[in-house]
Ligand binder design. Structure first.
Ligand code: HEM
Length: 277
């Protein structure tokens, strides 16, 4: 019988005395020690891992979105397209992840739901920061973070900055003249549909060749919102499947609240202008 294959013979590093290993580099001890189910229910680990991995992907989405916003304020906006495509792919990743959670039935969830207390994704600071950065801003959503000054400060700081869409509008204004007043807005509020902006975007869509960068930017933003909307839809469908019409642990009406959120438009002009083309 031949000996089992030993990758060391092909040069695989097998000894890590004093050298950085995979576990060290990725901080896996901390990551894999961060799951602390509060019940003995089998499915609680799934629930925890699903939320934690979602938060990790959101951390990456924020990293890319901050870079995309900076790029929209730089000379050449084209590198932002790649960053925005990546964020869309991240949301697609999160969308596929619902399939795993959907294997948890109401019978499974009720075995540990009480352990959550009043905690809920509603209190996800990263989710709120993504919304604020994109342009869906609502000061009231900062309140659940008042007990964590670091998170509150971060969210408030985001409301002082132009949103990703504000930066897109500033670029639009450089190519298509817009009245100064049209760009001035209260940064703490969500974007509202605006006829002036839609007329300017319509120019871009009627002549893509002349305004190619803006045309591509607009489509990347619509793409991103498209994936974001699918995430919201997958979430509310999973929630209804698991808890029906019960109230949420976070205190909202549950499915009724999440259905209302389906109506949120991140970049309303980019959707409304399509009717006019
Ligand atoms: C069976 C699994 C889940 C159930 C039953 C559930 C339930 C709910 C409910 C009822 C709400 C409304 C707020 C409340 O009153 O609690 C909510 C909000 C939220 N959940 Fe989930 N959820 C689940 C999984 C997830 C996962 C995996 C994530 C990923 C991070 C997540 C993220 C969020 C976020 C970000 C919100 C706030 C949405 C907004 O304000 O627009 N949820 N969830």
């Amino acid at each position: 019988m031949t000996d089992p294959y030993n990758p060391a013979r092909d040069g695989a590093q097998m000894s890590f005395d004093g050298r950085m290993s995979y576990t060290d580099y990725l901080g896996l001890d901390a990551v894999l020690d961060a799951q602390h189910p509060l019940s003995t229910a089998h499915d609680e680990l799934l629930f925890i891992v699903q939320h934690q991995t979602s938060e990790l992907w959101m951390q990456l989405a924020l990293h890319e979105l901050h870079a995309a916003r900076d790029t929209l304020q730089a000379k050449d906006i084209r590198p932002a397209f790649k960053l925005l495509s990546r964020v869309s792919r991240i949301f697609e990743q999160l969308n596929s992840a619902w399939d795993v959670l959907r294997t948890m039935t109401p019978s499974d969830y009720t075995t540990f739901r009480d352990s959550l207390g009043q905690s809920s994704g509603f209190q996800s600071a990263q989710y709120r920061e993504i919304e604020f950065l994109l342009g869906n801003r609502n000061v009231a959503m900062i309140r659940p973070h008042a007990h964590r000054p670091d998170l509150e400060t971060r969210l408030r700081a985001e409301l002082d900055k132009p949103s990703l869409y504000d930066c897109a509008l500033a670029r639009l204004a450089q190519a298509v003249p817009l009245p100064e007043a049209a760009l001035a807005r209260d940064l703490t509020k969500p974007h509202q549909p605006d006829e002036t902006m839609q007329a300017a975007w319509a120019k871009v869509y009627r002549d893509p060749a002349q305004y190619w960068d803006l045309y591509e930017l607009a489509e990347k933003l619509v793409d991103l919102e498209d994936y974001f909307r699918r995430w919201r839809f997958n979430h509310v469908t999973t929630v209804e499947r698991v808890i029906g019409l019960k109230r949420g642990t976070g205190g909202t009406g549950g499915v009724s609240y999440l259905k209302r959120m389906l109506e949120v438009e991140l970049f309303p002009d980019l959707w409304h202008l399509r009717t006019k083309l």
